[in-house]
Ligand binder design. Sequence first.
Ligand code: MAN
Ligand code: CA
Length: 307
Amino acid sequence: MDALDLFVNVEEPSESGIYWKRKTDSSEILYQNEDKCHTVKPNRITSALSGLQSLGWSETLKKSSWRAAAVVLGLLCLLLLIGLITLASLYNKDSSKWEMEMVQLQTSYKNLTKEKDQLQTSYNNLTKEKDQLQTSYNNLTKEQDQLQTSYRNLTEEQDQLQKRFEDTTNERNDLKRRDALFSQGWVSFRNHFYYISSGKKSWQQSRNDCLQKGADLVIINSHEEQEFTRTFKQLIWIGLTDMEREGKWKWVDGTPLTTSYWSSHEPNGVPGRDEDCAEIKNYDLEKSWNDESCHLERFWICEKILS
Ligand code: MAN
Ligand code: CA
């Protein structure tokens, strides 16, 4: 009888004891429940029982030890199987988890790659824009420098023009004043203007007239001026007096007399005549001056210096 054969326990009551039905085909083969059946697994206990009855004590012990060992081995196999199943399930669980993580990581990687590409594009665009701005800035700086230079040049030109305008204006005003002076009877000599009176007055009245004209009596401090005063061939008051302190001759602007053109024996200060004012008297000579009484009436010369 094969141990893997399928047995159907019919356990039908029978007068001759329990018997087994083997299901192999449609025909039934019956076996008697005899001592041979103890090797069949489902029938072990029955066999063991019958064995104890039929074998000796040591033989019985040996057999039960083997059975116990087999049971333990079976249990160990079972435990091993359970362990393997657990490991497999754990492995499956871990591997599916790992796969999921892998998928997630791949997705993340793809997304990150996409983002990286976008950022790279943005970066490239920004770099391009930056370069354009840099170029613009450089051009503007260049233009600014040119404008600055132009501005400086224009400012310089403006200053020059301003100065020229002022000079021209001053010149024009001077010319106007000269024209006015000439029309009023003044003559010019080296930027100095002289007014020669047409009438006669005392020294003080003569001086007052000059002051009224924005001038003063003539001060002679050059050879040319001395010559000029002689050309009129008249007795003429000049701006020289010692009325403040006898013998100390001063010009009307307060400066002391240095270069003089006194006639010989002058100034003599004729006693009783109070000769405190100077005049052109001996006009035919270079040394033409005389000290004279101030109340006498003479022609006079005013002098004005245009600045
Ligand atoms: C007159 C006056 C004097 C002068 C003498 C010179 O008397 O003019 O001031 O000194 O002449 O002779
Ligand atoms: Ca005199």
